[in-house]
Design a protein around this ligand. Structure first.
Ligand SMILES: [Cu+2]
Length: 312
């Protein structure tokens, strides 16, 4: 049942957040401030993009990934600082309403928990699947070769509960050279694969994003189902790293190749710059194509299309 809920387009989930606003208003705001995410919680401007429905404003504080604790569940890293390295063990627990580590999860996209790790300047992205010990401790090696502060998102469904994405920061010591956000682009290259993005995003309403995978200019129609889908799309809002995880509108069928196009229905909650990470699998290898997309306010005149052009 949770699985079905988790597979709804993110638009539906976001719709739920907005609808739940009346309930979440005071509490969510308070939580954001209490855990030190107040810059995000207090973020004033982008909600104006919703066209004057001021009731939606505080919803920004309830976006996934902005808080370390929600609904009684808390993401607890074993250490807030990690050494630099290529395969650094990262250990954490998720504590539940009773204060104890959660040991019972509902599977979503073939895993009990998805861990997305990105350096806060959005320069490095990992989507990994930690291993759960019987006592509720999770562990996974992370590539932390580059120093900096990393945002860690734990995306999971506690047994009998609602899907949550909790976020925390982990610091990696060393010489840190922050990267600027790459300019918006509709193509990305990874490992010899060219991925193009078509779609015209606008804040607050569902946008279809279509990614087309090519290699040497030839459309790739051998995408393999990866975690039950031909692609996984994580979008992070620049500035606060609000987290959107979207799955394709078409189902992946076991043993059936997909592509070259993978479509997603995504609702960007506000105007702003987002970094999109598309995971896709070909020949047993998962690769990630990354795009910067500028999302204009809904109804902005002039068809601000630089986030994405029109594909074939
Ligand atoms: Cu995952």
């Amino acid at each position: 049942m949770s699985t079905a809920r988790r597979e709804l387009p993110v638009a539906v989930r976001l719709g739920g957040f907005v609808a739940g606003l009346a309930v979440a208003f005071g509490g969510a705001y308070g939580i954001g401030a209490a855990v030190g995410d107040s810059p995000a919680a207090a973020e004033p401007a982008p909600a104006a993009a919703h066209g004057g429905d001021h009731e939606e404003k505080p919803a920004a504080a309830t976006l996934p990934g902005l808080t370390v604790t929600q609904d009684g569940y808390t993401l607890v890293p074993a250490a807030a600082t990690l050494p630099a390295g290529r395969a650094v063990p990262f250990r954490f627990t998720v504590t539940g309403p009773d204060g104890r580590p959660v040991t019972d999860y509902e599977r979503s996209h073939e895993k009990d928990l998805h861990l997305v790790v990105v350096r806060r300047d959005l320069a490095a992205f990992q989507h990994v699947h930690p291993v759960l010990a019987a006592d509720g401790r999770w562990s996974v090696p992370l590539d932390l070769a580059a120093a900096g502060t990393y945002r860690v998102f734990a995306d999971f469904v506690p047994a009998g509960g609602e899907g949550l994405t909790l976020g925390t920061d982990v610091a990696v010591a060393g010489a840190y050279a922050p990267a600027a956000l790459p300019a918006p682009a509709v193509t990305a290259e990874v490992d010899g694969y060219q991925v193009s993005l078509a779609g015209t995003p606008a804040a607050g309403r569902e946008t279809e994003l279509a990614f087309t995978v090519r290699r040497g200019g030839v459309p790739v129609d051998t995408l393999q189902p990866y975690l039950g889908a031909y692609g996984h799309l994580v979008s992070l809002r620049a500035g606060d790293l609000a987290y959107l995880h979207t799955h394709p509108t078409q189902e992946a069928r076991a043993g059936r190749p997909g592509g070259p196009e993978v479509r997603f229905g995504t609702t960007f909650p506000t105007a702003g710059s987002y970094r999109l990470y598309l995971d896709f699998q070909v020949g047993g290898t998962v690769r990630t194509a990354a795009f910067t997309v500028d999302v204009p306010a809904a109804g902005t005149a002039g068809g601000h299309d630089d986030g994405a052009g029109h594909g074939d």
